[in-house]
Ligand binder design. Structure first.
Ligand code: GSH
Ligand code: FES
Length: 105
């Protein structure tokens, strides 16, 4: 396992709700990442429950997470170690009520 793969594995396994994003929850640096944070909040998740990784501060993770999840873009949401998707998928799952259920479980 490569170093970055191992780092990501560790992050994903130790944070219930983990968002790889550009910027931070309180200061998103891209509209897609901002939308992802808003969707989580709309599901009733407190800011303090959201762990985030700012990929703009870590080029290795910015590339590594795409390989890890086999998903080409940021943001990327992980819940309980499982890759959920980017902001479009989050929005679809929010609208169907599925995301709220998943986050509450
Ligand atoms: N449709 C995507 C939008 C996300 C997106 O297009 N992200 C781009 C621009 S922020 C990206 O991550 N590009 C690669 C990069 O910046 O490393 C989604 O559902 O999340
Ligand atoms: S940083 Fe330009 S679209 Fe996300």
């Amino acid at each position: 396992m490569s170093d970055v793969h191992q780092r990501i594995d560790q992050l994903v396994k130790s944070n219930n709700i983990l968002l790889f994003m550009k910027g931070s929850a309180s200061f998103p640096q891209c509209g897609f990442s901002g939308r992802a944070v808003q969707i989580l909040k709309a599901c009733g998740v407190e800011a303090s429950q959201i762990a985030t990784v700012n990929v703009l501060e870590d080029d290795e993770i910015r590339q590594g997470i795409k390989d890890y999840s086999q998903w080409p873009t940021i943001p990327q949401l992980y819940v309980k170690g499982e890759f959920i998707g980017g902001s479009d998928i989050m929005m679809e799952m929010y609208e169907s009520g599925e995301l709220k259920k998943l986050l509450a479980a």
